[in-house]
Design a protein around this ligand. Structure first.
Ligand code: UDP
Length: 315
């Protein structure tokens, strides 16, 4: 298929773009490089440097869009909510209008576990309440709401994938944010010598060891779900699927696995809780397994950390 991948110079977008090209699709990457890297655009993709509001120039002949371009820092979204509403919701609405004008009727959307907020039960299912606790999650949920409306009104075919904690690397494609907030890359930066220690944000949560529990999914498995979603899009319908491994690991457990994989002692310093962090976030991915036949292949935390470490350290 001829596909447009917005945000294809970013972490998840570049991995999905690479897998789409490997599967024989014709890919154009649209990215304004505000947080992405041009050298992350996979070989074989056409690259257009532009904002998603200018996507019309890249939509001729396109059969479907995979939409990753977004702002995605929770803390920044609390400090500057307007940028999140304008970029994530306003930008996506402009993209959807451009798609309508160009007759492009299919989209796979990069949504997030942050749409659920503080969960009532674990693991979280797609039918659970969505009560985001920050503007990032709220802006992504607003897009999901718009996609459902446009599916009904305009016959758009859409699939939203709600990611839990994405980690690991796919070949040379890895996580490299200018401002790194995520746990695994920050822990590994201690092993490379870029940081002296990692902070553990709170040890008084109601979990077995007192640190927060998250559901880590390998970026390669996550990317594969996008290819399945693309094939399952139905005009006039909007489907939502969670994507996680179904298993939770605490911050302390993640640090332990990173110590084992890297052979580095990785000093950890206990710090304050990070505002807005739920104690436990674990996905039920039963629905995507059942309906699209998705299955994680590199599900163990050791595989995830090993691949992230391999891409970072060249080992
Ligand atoms: N975390 C931590 N130290 C760090 C980064 C994160 O203790 O340097 C904790 C964070 O409070 C959360 C978990 O690790 O409980 C995962 O955080 P991350 O930012 O990777 O993902 P999130 O779950 O917030 O999307």
């Amino acid at each position: 298929m001829r596909l447009l991948v917005t945000g294809g110079a970013g972490y998840v977008g570049s991995v999905v773009a690479a897998q789409l090209i490997e599967a024989g699709h014709e890919v154009t990457v649209l990215d304004d490089l505000s947080t992405g890297h041009e050298d992350a655009v996979p070989e074989g993709a056409r690259f257009v440097r532009a904002d998603i509001r200018e996507a019309d120039q890249a939509l001729d002949g396109v059969e479907a869009v995979l939409h990753f371009a977004a702002k995605s820092l929770v803390g920044e979204s609390v400090r500057e909510p307007g940028r999140y509403w304008a970029g994530n919701l306003g930008g996506t609405l402009a993209l959807l209008d451009a798609m309508r004008d160009k007759g492009v009727g299919r989209i796979v959307f990069s949504s997030t576990a942050a749409t659920y907020g503080e969960p009532e039960r674990s693991p979280i299912e797609e039918s659970d309440p969505t009560r985001p606790t920050n503007p990032y999650g709220a802006s992504k949920l607003a897009v999901d709401t718009a996609l459902s409306a446009y599916a009904g009104l305009r016959g758009l075919g859409a699939v939203s994938l709600r990611y839990f904690n994405v980690a690991g690397a796919y070949g040379r494609y890895r996580e490299r944010h200018a401002v790194e907030t995520h746990l695994i890359p920050n822990v590994l930066k201690v092993a490379t010598g870029e940081r002296e220690s990692v902070s553990v944000f709170g040890t008084d949560y109601p979990t077995a060891d007192g640190t927060c529990v998250r559901d880590y999914i390998h970026v390669s498995d996550l990317a594969k779900a996008h290819l399945l979603a693309l094939g399952a899009i139905t005009p006039g319908e909007h489907e939502i699927y969670n994507l996680g491994s179904g298993t939770g690991f605490s911050v302390q457990e993640v640090i332990s696995v990173c110590r084992e994989v890297t052979g580095h002692e990785i000093p950890a310093v206990v710090g304050e809780r990070r505002p807005g962090d739920p104690a436990v976030l674990v996905a039920s991915s039963a629905r995507i397994q059942r309906e699209l036949g998705w299955k994680a292949e590199r599900a163990s935390l050791r595989d995830i950390v090993s691949d992230a470490w391999g891409a970072l350290s060249g080992k």
